[in-house]
Design a protein around this ligand. Structure first.
Ligand code: ATP
Ligand code: MG
Length: 366
């Protein structure tokens, strides 16, 4: 996938902007608060129909402007298409167009321009709690595997119902009769979730380790280890076997669930552990190492999307160069040779020998 050009009017701090891009690396350079991240946000908006820094569309419209208009010409699955979005200050909803045809929902734009974004908040994936890591797996898998998305949605609904039954068991004891049925369906959908996550993580780990090794000059080995319900001996085993083991765990925890009035059994607590040279990253990784691994994960996610769909997503890297030593900076700037990449940075002296440098000052292209 390649974004040929981007045109903006009244978006964030851009009054008007028009720029053609390189099909390889595009380095967006400028001082703080000039509009570098805003450019990535515009690309993301056209890709997903939603902004990544805000839920409030009005914030995307330039102060004092009536509307914001974004449009891009992209090469996608062998076709040239135009994506366009118009947001209004005084009325809703925003309008989306694909090659001139008006679309009613953002799902209609799905898959036209696929992007993988790294922003500084993504470092939390490796530092914070399990929920962030589960989200990373779920977001990728929901896009790639419709069956997984369906199973996950059903599992979440069952979990909410079972949790409510356990929580209110004193006021409404009749609800407890539904628990065997919830358990049965949670084991069925749970087994799909566990086996799909395990297989995806195994592939992700392999690709991320290769990127991380190249990135760190061969000095660091990244490993990712899936952690799920304790009775599951092999999460990549056939769904039926995992289902049996999930049932077993439910049975052994049924008393504890009643006592704690909480749902304790199932893959909603899944996690994966990331380690560098066998040391858990959460406790021991340095800033640069954390950043290196987080970017390697994004590169791996991009590879797997390509393996599945045949198209390499556009990579958007916001503020990745800080905290990296010259060798690792060189990796980002010059050695991600596949597909189209956008990199924002503040330093004027950074150069890439395989693409284009775009200088931004106060929402204008220099
Ligand atoms: P840094 O290097 O610090 O990350 P940046 O170049 O990425 O900076 P952006 O986040 O792209 O900076 O741009 C921020 C600027 O855009 C801010 O100064 C902000 O006030 C301005 N801005 C954001 N939204 C709007 C808007 N709706 N109208 C006008 N200006 C806006
Ligand atoms: Mg920024």
């Amino acid at each position: 996938m390649v974004i040929q050009n981007l045109t903006l009017q009244g978006f964030r701090n851009y009054e008007s902007f028009d720029c053609a891009f390189d099909s390889g690396v595009n380095l967006i350079v400028g001082q703080n608060a000039q509009g570098k991240t805003n450019l990535l946000e515009a690309i993301c908006y056209l890709s997903r129909g939603a902004a990544f820094r805000t839920r409030k569309e009005a914030e995307l419209i330039r102060f004092g402007a009536e509307f914001a208009e974004l449009s891009a010409r992209v090469d996608s699955y062998g076709r040239e298409q135009t994506l366009r979005a118009v947001l209004f200050a005084s009325r809703r909803p925003r309008q989306l167009y694909l090659s001139g045809v008006k679309k009613s929902t953002r799902e209609d734009l799905d898959g036209v321009l696929h992007t993988v974004l790294f922003c500084p908040e993504d470092l939390m994936v490796l530092k914070k709690g399990a929920a962030e890591r589960r989200k990373l797996l779920d977001d990728a898998l929901c896009q790639l595997r419709p069956k997984y998305a369906k199973a996950l949605e059903e599992y979440k609904r069952l979990l909410a119902q079972k949790s409510a039954a356990l929580r209110d068991r004193i006021e409404r004891p009749g609800m407890l009769e539904l628990i065997p049925d919830y358990n049965e369906r949670m084991a069925q959908t749970g087994a799909i979730i566990v086996t799909t996550r395990a297989k995806y993580l195994r592939q992700l780990a392999e690709r991320a380790a290769a990127h991380h090794a190249a990135f760190s000059g061969g000095s660091e080995t990244l490993t990712l280890q899936y952690q799920t319900v304790s009775t599951v001996t092999d999460p990549t085993a056939p769904v039926k076997a995992v289902y049996e083991q999930l049932k077993e765990h439910q049975q052994s925890h049924s008393r504890a669930e009643l006592e704690s009035m909480q749902c304790l059994s199932g893959p909603h607590k899944d996690d994966f552990e990331a380690a560098l040279n066998e040391l858990p990253m959460k406790a021991f990784a340095s800033q640069g190492q954390t950043r290196t691994a987080a970017i390697s994960l994004k590169l791996a996610e991009r590879d797997l999307f390509e393996a599945d769909t045949g198209e390499l997503p556009v990579l958007l890297l916001d503020d990745v160069l800080s905290e990296l030593d010259p060798g690792r900076q060189d990796f980002v700037l010059n050695r991600i040779r596949s597909g189209q990449v956008f990199i924002t940075c503040c330093e004027q002296d950074k150069v890439t020998d395989i693409g284009k440098t775009i200088r931004i000052e106060q929402g204008r292209l220099l």
